[in-house]
Design a protein around this ligand. Sequence first.
Ligand SMILES: *Cc1c(COP(=O)(O)O)cnc(C)c1O
Length: 391
Amino acid sequence: MSNDWHKSTKAVHSGTKRSQFGEVSESIFMTQGFVYDSAEQAEARFESAGPDEFIYARYGNPTVAMFEERIAALEGTEDAFATASGMAAVNGAMMSLLKAGDHVVSARALFGSCLYIAEEILPRFGVEVTFVDGSDLSAWEAAIRPDTRAVFFESLSNPTLEFVDIAAVSKLAHAHGALVVCDNVFATPVYSKAVAQGADLVVYSATKHIDGQGRALGGVILGSRELIRKTVEPYMKHTGGSMSPFTAWIMLKGLETMRLRVREQTASALKIAQRLETHPNLSRVIYPGLHSHPQHDLAMVQMGAGGTMLAIEVKGGKEGSYKFLNTCTVGIISNNLGDAKTILTPPAFTTHQRLPQDQKDALGITPGLVRISVGLEDADDLIADFLQALS
Ligand SMILES: *Cc1c(COP(=O)(O)O)cnc(C)c1O
């Protein structure tokens, strides 16, 4: 395996471990445990396991290790720990770093379950959390304190696509000795430069673009070998959030095509956003690849592309958005994202239903808002469908 390979080469070869049979497609090692040649070998393995030595699948497994090595190669980190879901990754990243008495600064615009961890769980264990408007650098500066142990944010927020400036927030955090945990799902591993920009731990829900075909839940935490093996691994392996070997195989195969899929989806998302931008029945088209996006310049520096997600606000409130959703025939109404199929979501009434009204207002989650995760259909078919649904 070469560190000099380009990402497309790494996506299909990095991390591969071949058995004595020389299989082409990665093997699924569907085993919880491993046999030792002798009692002495068992003792030695428990004392200190080498890189390709396994003890128990909750600690590690060859198929899972292949996935971890491949995604780490793509992300440009030393190591990775694969988890049972994206939330196991977020929870593991935060809980493994924190202890009672620590302070955390978090962006307020968070995926519902991430918000639950920051707002409900961490305080229960004596961690104080201050919430800020993630796109406001002065708010981060005011909130980070000497006892701040970690900052947490989604680099591109759901569903209104606001950016947190990873480099600027990391600089502020590091000046106070705080670690930076970046949930980078909306940016996707394809456009991520989060570690180069200053993130210490990068977290993905692999359920999204990594699988990209709606099959399995999974997640991953990426970072330095020191943080992953000394801080994250002990927490994860003893608390049960490890990825199953079967899931790891699905995610490995997902990584092989992820770059092709995400770049195609991004090209379609731009085309759709450009076509819909001036539509008279829409009051907003939010897409980072459009010049009209308030953080377009930051988007181009941070990701170099607009990504696979856009949001539109249909005129006429809930009635307008529901009429649009119920008239679309290509995109499906669901709540996953990053999938091969275009997925339409009304966040105010589904994913963000439980947010209090004042927070919905503050985050711009209006009744007319529809989140669109652009899939792999022909962009012209999607545009034609959206236009007929809007007319
Ligand atoms: C989906 C998602 C998660 C949670 O991932 P699961 O795989 O559903 O557990 C966390 N953060 C963001 C930004 C997400 O979109």
